[in-house]
Design a protein around this ligand. Structure first.
Ligand SMILES: CC(C)(COP(=O)(O)OP(=O)(O)OC[C@H]1O[C@@H](n2cnc3c(N)ncnc32)[C@H](O)[C@@H]1OP(=O)(O)O)[C@@H](O)C(=O)NCCC(=O)NCCS
Length: 232
């Protein structure tokens, strides 16, 4: 496991992670990466209050491209994505991370905010599982950003955050997201009927997952080996 990712030396093995955990909220906060993707230098960092203006500008511009894939939420898009809306979202997200329920990250490309990626619904005990969700700004898509970001975060989940399973659910028609998960080797486990309220209706979702045993050398290492990314 490469030291430049800020991960512990050596691949996660059987029995990992329970013996290695320290503190109540392992894996948070953290800075992950960078990985060099075709679009640029991809890194992850915790969300900050000062992200409000850039976050809002991108989200307002990208409404038509994003809202078909995001869970339905109360209120119109242009009210939910103002700089002020970011402040309350940041507060809620940070509180959840501090309780150990999520690991929310800003994706940066060449140090500029380029999207978000989140590990949510962290359940520990005998499950040690969570879901992953992401979006990337429209001006930088198809440059390997989501794939690199998810690789960094899943590796972190299976090492510093001490999880055993990461699950992704995606609408069957979301070709780009399914391609991201396929590149990372996520295993399709079934179709969840009317699983999530997205864009105003209950939508079927494909369920995919990885467990720590699937990636003994890590996903970032796999991407680099396949020539999809480079270590900085
Ligand atoms: C899904 C999303 C995060 C992908 O981000 P990204 O940075 O472009 O992802 P990557 O570049 O790593 O990979 C995208 C892959 O999808 C492919 N792709 C994109 N659109 C495609 C299409 N219409 N048909 C076929 N392939 C497509 C790209 O070619 C690329 O594959 P490749 O590397 O083999 O060429 C981004 O499109 C997005 O934010 N979409 C809106 C929100 C969303 O869907 N979130 C996920 C919800 S599950």
């Amino acid at each position: 496991m490469p030291a430049e990712l800020g991960l512990p030396a050596g691949p996660p093995g059987a029995g990992w992670p329970a013996r290695e955990l320290v503190g109540r909220h392992p894996g948070w906060p953290a800075r992950l990466g960078p990985l060099v993707a075709p679009a640029g230098l991809v890194a992850l960092r915790p969300p900050k209050l000062f992200d409000a203006a850039v976050w809002s500008r991108i989200r307002l511009r990208d409404q038509s491209y994003l809202e078909n894939w995001e869970p339905t939420a109360p209120g119109p898009w242009d009210e939910r994505n103002t700089p002020l809306a970011w402040l309350s979202q940041w507060w809620v997200v940070r509180a959840s991370a501090r309780r150990g329920q999520s690991l929310p990250f800003i994706i940066t490309v060449d140090d500029e905010l380029a999207g978000q990626i989140t590990i949510g619904n962290v359940v520990r005990g005998s499950l040690c599982s969570a879901w992953i969700g992401y979006w990337v700004a429209s001006h930088i898509v198809n440059g390997g950003v989501a794939t690199a970001a998810a690789a960094l975060l899943v590796d972190h989940c299976f090492t510093g955050a001490g999880l055993h399973r990461v699950e992704a659910t995606v609408r069957p028609e979301n070709v780009a997201s399914r391609r991201v998960l396929a590149k990372l080797g996520f295993r399709e486990e079934g179709l969840l009927r009317r699983y999530l309220d997205v864009a105003g209706a209950w939508r079927d979702h494909v369920c995919l997952a990885l467990t720590v045993e699937d990636v003994p050398n890590g996903l970032a290492h796999r991407l680099v080996t396949e020539g999809r990314a480079k270590f900085d």
